[in-house]
Write a new protein. Structure first.
Length: 197
């Protein structure tokens, strides 16, 4: 049985897809359950029980669908918690980010590889733009939490060492950890404590 037949059987009870959001929900599920090798226009169309042409009614190209699906997975990974502490405490926010990355890695095995490898050479600029947009939300959140954290030492920052530069350093450590797929944030938290608390 080939992958398209498998997907048709696996998703045979799905309702007809009627929106872009429905297609993205199915796309996230395919990435989660079948991995990057199963993610293409044919398998998405089969899982949605629509023609390949119907997918093109919502997405201009395979790259557009892939980019939108990747962005949708990032949003799912970084779902907002109901815990107010992640908005008020920088350490808690960092722990939350690492926890989201760990859970995202478990929920979407191979996703981080899909994200980095899925865009064709001429389509990488759009993929990079979407990736930067997804990550920019995290940077802004980190900065906002940092400047509102009442536990930060008053003398932690000055003109040479600003909250923005600190967020940039911490963000680089998060990206490095993501690339290494090591979601232990204890060393990063210790660095933060020693630097600004």
């Amino acid at each position: 049985m080939n992958i398209v037949q498998f997907v048709k059987e696996e998703y045979s009870l799905n309702k007809t897809i009627t929106s872009r959001d429905d297609i993205l929900n199915v796309s996230r599920d395919l990435i989660r359950t079948q991995g990057q090798t199963a993610f293409n226009i044919r398998t998405v169309a089969a899982a949605c029980q629509v023609s390949v042409g119907s997918i093109y009614n919502y997405f201009e190209s395979k790259a557009d669908l892939t980019a939108a699906a990747v962005e949708s997975v990032w949003h799912d990974i970084f779902h907002l918690s109901g815990c107010p502490e992640i908005s008020e405490n920088f350490e808690a926010c960092i722990s939350w980010i690492f926890d989201c990355l760990r859970q995202g890695s478990e929920k979407y095995p191979g996703f981080f590889t899909l994200h980095s490898m899925s865009f064709l050479e001429e389509e990488k600029s759009d993929g990079k733009r979407r990736m930067n947009r997804a990550w920019e939300h995290i940077r802004v959140r980190l900065h906002t939490v940092l400047i509102h954290d009442k536990n930060i030492r008053p003398d932690a920052f000055d003109k040479k060492f600003t909250p923005e530069s600190f967020v940039s350093i911490v963000f680089s450590l998060i990206v490095s950890t993501l690339l290494q797929q090591n979601y232990d944030c204890s060393a990063v938290l210790e660095l933060i404590r020693r630097t600004v608390y």
